[in-house]
Design a protein around this ligand. Sequence first.
Ligand code: 5GP
Ligand code: ZN
Length: 111
Amino acid sequence: MNDCIFCKIINDEIPSQKVFEDEHLVVFKDISPKAPVHLLVVPRKHIASLNEADESDRELMAHVMLTIPKIAEQAGLQAGYRTVLNTGKGGGQEVFHIHFHVLGGGPMPFA
Ligand code: 5GP
Ligand code: ZN
């Protein structure tokens, strides 16, 4: 049984405000935004954190990184944005399904 909240969002088992999705990833608004624009870029594959990503995830991780600028442009972040990846409890990670934060749209700094 999978209790992962982001897997449930990906599978539409719990609601979210999705702004983009493709075969490999889903992007939705953070429920508790730390910036005027705060998006979470989440691979569909359940990888607990960067520490659990392996060689088989190389293309997926590259795809995620290379999709972020397109998502940022679509979100109106032409002025720039901050991309954050928290890893492990000591890194501030609270949801153990790997995700990038994309923050922008106002004065820095963001969380
Ligand atoms: P982390 O600390 O793991 O890097 O970030 C987890 C983020 O997920 C937090 O910014 C938090 O606000 C967000 N979050 C937690 N639960 C939910 C949820 O159910 N829906 C959405 N949209 N965001 C969530
Ligand atoms: Zn998951």
